[in-house]
Design a protein around this ligand. Structure first.
Ligand SMILES: Nc1ncnc2c1ncn2[C@@H]1O[C@H](COP(=O)(O)OP(=O)(O)OP(=O)(O)O)[C@@H](O)[C@H]1O
Length: 221
């Protein structure tokens, strides 16, 4: 599904370069559930953002479903992201002015799904996530755990092939964190590929492979 070849990400600092990622080579097969681990500042979020097409590498090659992401135009890249990837952020990134229902519906609007299909898909996800009773509330009226559930519901409503999650349980208590991990495990068993960034050894046990980063390089994959 994913091939990264010699990916570097650096920023200019004076006359030199500061490397955030260096010489990353990685293959991810469809159906994997991967945890990216490593100390703070080791480049985990940057790697996830590159895989999610939210950031561009400075050099190297990135193939997603055999498409050369490093070569295609931004518009096509955005289309790839919208069609195949669901992104879960640590700080939820819900839209405060929209209800739970409307937040979950947004990716379907981007994909031009027709109204009756949108209704059916959102209803299905609300049901699956046990949040039917919350559909008309606004994000600020929910607990952190509930907001993250909505964030994940929004990420999966369009049935993405790949879920990327950056510290999805970072702001949750341990019970809520376990629920999210169990949910990811179920989605993975149903065929969704998952890559999460986590500091938690326990969260990593839900996955099938750990990628360890140190100072921008993969030390174990
Ligand atoms: N625009 C930028 N200019 C310079 N350096 C940057 C820029 N953006 C990120 N960095 C640096 O890249 C490094 C890696 O950041 P990244 O967020 O990927 O690490 P991380 O492993 O996810 O860290 P954490 O676990 O703390 O979230 C950091 O040292 C950060 O300061």
């Amino acid at each position: 599904m994913i091939t990264l070849k010699d990916i570097d990400k650096y920023y200019a600092s004076g006359f030199s370069r500061t490397y955030v990622l260096r010489n990353i080579n990685l293959e991810v097969q469809e159906g994997e559930f991967i945890s990216i681990m490593g100390p703070s500042g080791s480049g985990k979020s940057t790697l996830l953002n590159i895989i999610g097409m939210l950031e561009e590498p400075s050099s190297g090659e990135y193939y997603f479903l055999d498409k050369p992401v490093h070569k295609i135009k931004e518009k096509e890249r955005t289309q790839l992201h919208k069609s195949f990837i669901g992104f879960v952020f640590q700080s939820y990134h819900l839209i405060d002015e929209l209800t739970v229902y409307e937040n979950i519906e947004t990716p379907l609007l981007y994909q031009d799904v027709k109204s009756s299909d949108r209704k059916a898909k959102v209803a299905d996800i609300l049901d699956k996530f046990n949040i039917v009773g919350k559909k008309d509330l606004f994000p600020t009226q929910l607990s952190g755990g509930q907001q993250q559930l909505v964030g994940i519901a929004r990420a999966v409503v369009a049935s993405p092939k790949l879920i990327l999650a950056d510290e999805p349980t970072g702001n949750l208590n341990s019970r809520q964190g376990e629920e999210i991990m169990e949910l990811f495990q179920r989605l993975n068993q149903e065929g969704t590929t998952i890559i999460q960034v986590t500091h938690s050894e326990k969260n990593a046990t839900y996955g099938s492979r750990v990628i360890d980063l140190l100072d921008g390089s993969v030390v174990k994959a």
